[in-house]
Design a protein around this ligand. Structure first.
Ligand SMILES: [Zn+2]
Length: 232
């Protein structure tokens, strides 16, 4: 694995500080708190000694980083929808909205609205949320038809933009799905829905849970990997 350059920030803190400490922040940044009289060579020595631990911490935090690069929300940038790439196109018109136009995702803004990345992002996220609700609802109905779920009522669906997980199932029987999932191929969305449906029968991630998941969605592992490789 390629080694990335280490970003190190040295903070000479209060003079009373006697010891040197090394911290790794979630951004991957390494912060050293050192006594004022600490030499550069001493810091280098400590860094060298803790090199492996630092790399492990950085790798740990990296797991949570989005797989897709930060979006700039400008024309020409590519965005995913159901696993297909569309190029963002921006036009000014009398009414605002988002629609497919061939392989373009056409964002229409009103002449009085500033065509900034923020307004484009707001439009696309609002549209994506509406698309997600419609598509997930349809897929949930389909997945729930599996005879293994016939003893359980179909969960109510909630689609959210800001969640830490792909999906979850509450004790009250509400399934929450992350709206950004709509960027992934439909098979990946099915996998997340099946996973949550299996929680109707097994609350935990026990062997029985995975046996049921493998029965209702035999390709779940490949779909999970594809999902993780596709979006954040
Ligand atoms: Zn689960």
């Amino acid at each position: 694995m390629a080694k990335e350059p280490m970003e190190v920030q040295v903070l000479a803190t209060e003079a009373r500080r006697k010891t040197l400490s090394v911290e790794v922040h979630p951004t991957g940044q390494v912060v050293i708190r050192a006594p004022l009289d600490c030499s550069k060579a001493q810091i280098q020595l400590v860094l060298k000694k803790r090199e492996r631990w630092i790399a492990e911490q950085q790798a740990f935090f990296k797991r949570f980083e989005p797989r897709t690069p930060q979006r700039a929300w400008v024309a020409g940038e590519s965005h995913l929808h159901l696993g297909r790439r569309y190029k963002l196109r921006v036009e000014i018109s009398v009414s605002e909205g988002v629609a497919f136009s061939g392989r373009d995702l056409l964002v229409t803004l009103r002449p009085d609205a500033p065509a900034t990345p923020q307004t484009i992002e707001t439009q696309v996220l609002r549209w994506r949320h509406a698309q997600a609700k419609e598509i997930f609802e349809r897929q949930l109905v389909q997945c729930h038809r599996h005879y293994r779920f016939s003893a359980f009522p179909q969960p109510a669906l909630r689609v959210q933009q800001l969640v830490k997980r792909w999906g979850s199932l509450s004790q009250g029987g509400t399934m929450t799905l992350y709206s950004g999932l709509v960027q992934a191929p439909a098979a990946c969305i099915d996998y997340v829905i099946y996973h949550e449906l299996c929680h109707l029968a097994h609350a935990d991630h026990s062997a029985s849970f995975f046996a049921l998941l493998a029965e209702v969605c035999p390709q779940w592992m490949a779909r999970k990997q594809l999902l993780e490789a596709t979006i954040c």
